[in-house]
Design a protein around this ligand. Structure first.
Ligand code: HQG
Length: 183
């Protein structure tokens, strides 16, 4: 299990951030060739075959990766920092969405809103529990409530990744409800 998680993290790294680390070609929609991925991961010390890859994809707690129809290509469902266009369609968001962060970022978020930082989008969660997990990666989570319905009415676009993460370009501070640290 630990070994699978390690390999899954490496997959996230190459499929979201650094395909060039192992000399992998990625197309403009984020797809890479499965056989090339397997060959190049093995060349770089990450033992993997089709079966193990399949196990990682199927058991990923957040369904981070997806195959194309004939399973010859694979990509990450969201979270990229490399410049890709996943061809998301804009959809109407839930009235309220959540963002999990930590207190040290709050002052800057109050001043400048939520920014995409190094990724292609700001990531928002559909429920508070998920946002707690996201914020908890960095410390004691602080939950921000985003008035997504109001943003949408004002013309901001929202996208829902295949693994149910809400994405948008930015969240100006006026649409954010800042709560106490208690979350
Ligand atoms: C913060 C994981 C200062 C923001 C998760 C966050 C998610 C600001 C950090 C996915 C800011 C960016 C994404 C501002 C935003 N000033 N700080 N103006 N605007 N921030 O990792 O949302 O497990 O890029 O609050 O579960 O934490 O990898 O985004 O703390 O779905 O699959 O800047 O990554 O998924 O951090 O996480 P990130 P995120 P995986």
């Amino acid at each position: 299990m630990k070994e699978l998680k390690h390999t899954s993290k490496f997959l996230s790294l190459v499929l979201r951030h650094q395909p060039t680390l192992i000399g992998l070609a990625m197309d403009s929609e984020g797809w890479v060739d499965v056989s090339e991925l397997i060959t190049k991961m093995n060349d770089n010390g990450h033992t993997i075959d089709v079966q193990k890859l399949e196990t990682i994809i199927m058991t990923s707690d957040k369904q981070r990766f997806a195959y194309n129809d004939d399973k010859t290509k694979i990509r990450a469902n969201q979270g990229h920092s490399v410049n890709v266009d996943l061809q998301f369609e804009a959809v109407t968001p839930d009235e309220l969405l959540y963002h999990g962060t930590v207190s040290e970022f709050i002052e800057s978020i109050r001043a400048g809103g939520l920014k995409k930082m190094s990724r292609t989008h700001v990531h928002l969660s559909r429920d508070r529990a998920t946002a707690m997990t996201v914020g908890g990666r960095r410390g004691k989570p602080v939950i921000l409530i985003v008035r997504a319905g109001e943003m949408h009415k004002d013309g901001y676009k929202f996208y829902l990744s295949e693994n149910q993460v809400w994405l948008t370009e930015e969240v100006p501070a006026r649409y954010i409800e800042f709560q106490s640290d208690e979350a």
